[in-house]
Write a protein that binds this ligand. Structure first.
Ligand code: GDP
Ligand code: IMO
Ligand code: MG
Length: 433
């Protein structure tokens, strides 16, 4: 019986992780974010009311549940406090009291955001298309061992010394490499002093709390951000984010042993989307692609940018299954495929040398050289929106799902047919399998 589930995106992000985490959280004691930052945008819909979460784990709407932010997450205190205030104003109880954050999380400060923007502007057409939230520069500070971490807020002298040293590095880059305005020490310090007293009480030994929860036999959910194909090592590098978004990152990023992770739930849309630059083999530039974008409301929940849309890519999912060890799949947004006369699935690629492969290669250049090989399936005219049982799906929708399962080699555990919690079909519940 699975106790602890890791939920990860198996495509390029925005697969619907937030909806599914919120739905599964009903039966859990805690939800943990383990990587990424407020580049994530996770949408929850409960009784028609929409909530978009960026840093706070997608379990917060469940009143007695505890939410954790592990050391693998880069935290913008200003964004976090803004989100807490929004949720509180919307009537969510005791948000700050239920949020426990590792003091070892690197902080995102204004100079990270300034450099993220300056770099993208300098790159022009070659830009990554980042969310502009300072994520990349904050992770750079972490690996170069100069990050200012949340725990440093408790030591005013250490904080000031680190900030001064970091601004020397950043302002040289901003002014001399990017012709941008320098960031002033006093301005950053004023911001830190404004948020410090609200952040410090939320800092806690997240690892020990998770350990204790596991010892008590209670369930935990580990909530991934972004998606496998945006992973810093295995994604379409350099058009990726700056963290590992794989299931394996949950252990290091939350501070729990790998044996504590019982089940990996891979979330995939019934088609594919990507926001930002980089190769996308099954991208559609025709009316079918436009139809998916319109029906799927494919606009980024963080930046509002239009998401690029394309056919389902089984060869990409095969790679995601391989490197995440996906125990079960959740196929979301099946309803968005309603009414398409013929549906294509990418089963592999022809490579530039004429050979073929059935699994996505690594890195941007290799993926850019992939020409999809498609098989065509009949679509369905009926609406699947809100359907809650597999038996009630049109035969061709069932056939589409079964073909995906056969091509990828992982069982489908859940199908999502609408944005609301209840618009969900359960085939094999992750907690009982
Ligand atoms: P995340 O980043 O993986 O949590 O996904 P996002 O929240 O960024 O994007 C998913 C979008 O699809 C959100 O607007 C959800 O409300 C919506 N959504 C999720 N599941 C379904 C579904 O099954 N059908 C439809 N039509 N919309 C869905
Ligand atoms: P969720 O958790 C989709 C993309 C950006 C850009 C690249 C790098 O909602 O699925 P970054 O700001 O991280 O340095 O940008 O990664 N990206 C996402 N795309 N969903 C996300 O998160 C994303 N987070 C980052 O668009 O292409
Ligand atoms: Mg999202």
């Amino acid at each position: 019986m699975a106790k602890n589930i890791v939920v990860i995106g198996a495509q390029w992000g925005d697969e619907g992780k937030g909806k599914i985490v919120d739905w599964l959280a009903e039966e859990c004691a805690g939800v943990v974010r383990f990587q990424g930052g407020h580049n994530a945008g996770h949408t929850l819909v409960v009784n028609g009311k929409k909530t978009v979460l960026r840093l706070i784990p997608s379990g917060i709407l469940h009143e007695n549940l505890h939410c954790y932010i592990g050391s693998g997450v880069v935290v913008s205190p200003e964004a976090l406090l803004g989100e807490i205030d929004e949720l509180t104003a919307a009537g969510v109880k005791n948000v700050a009291g239920r949020l426990h954050i590792a003091p070892t999380c690197p902080m995102i400060l204004p100079y990270h955001i300034a450099l993220d923007h300056a770099r993208e502007a300098s790159k022009g057409a070659g830009k990554i298309g980042t969310t502009g939230r300072g994520i990349g520069p904050a992770y750079e500070d972490k690996v170069s061992r100069r990050a200012i971490r949340l725990g440093d807020l408790a030591d005013a002298k250490l904080l000031a010394d680190k900030l001064r040293a970091n601004l020397e590095v950043y302002n040289v880059q901003l002014q001399h490499l990017h012709d941008a305005e320098p960031v002033q020490f006093d301005d950053v310090m004023a911001k830190i002093n404004a948020f410090k007293e609200r952040i410090l009480p939320m800092l806690a030994d997240v690892s020990s709390s998770l350990h204790d929860t596991i010892q008590r036999g209670e369930r935990l959910l580990f909530e991934g951000a972004q998606g496998t194909l945006l992973d810093i090592d295995y994604g379409t590098y350099p058009f990726v984010t700056s963290s590992n978004c794989l299931a394996g990152a949950a252990s290091a990023g939350a501070g729990v042993p790998p044996q504590a992770l019982d089940y990996v739930l891979g979330i995939v849309k019934a088609y594919t989307t990507r926001v930002g630059s980089g190769p996308f083999p099954t991208e559609l530039f025709d009316d079918t692609g436009k139809g998916l974008a319109e029906r799927g409301n494919e606009f980024g929940s963080v930046t509002g940018r239009a998401r690029r849309c394309g056919w389902f890519d089984a060869a990409a999912l095969k790679r995601a299954i391989q490197i995440n060890g996906i125990s079960g799949l959740c196929i979301t947004k099946l309803d968005v495929m309603d009414g398409i006369p013929e549906i294509k699935i990418c089963t592999g690629y022809t490579l530039p040398d004429g050979s073929t492969t059935d699994i996505l290669p690594f890195g941007s250049d290799a993926v850019a050289g992939c020409t999809p090989i498609y098989e065509t399936l009949p679509g369905w005219k009926e609406s699947t929106f809100g359907v809650q049982s597999f038996d009630q799906l049109p035969e061709n929708a069932k056939g589409y799902l079964q073909r995906i399962e056969a091509l990828c080699g992982a069982p489908i555990a859940i199908v999502s047919t609408g944005p609301d919690r209840v618009e969900t079909i359960v085939l094999q519940h992750p907690f009982t399998n």
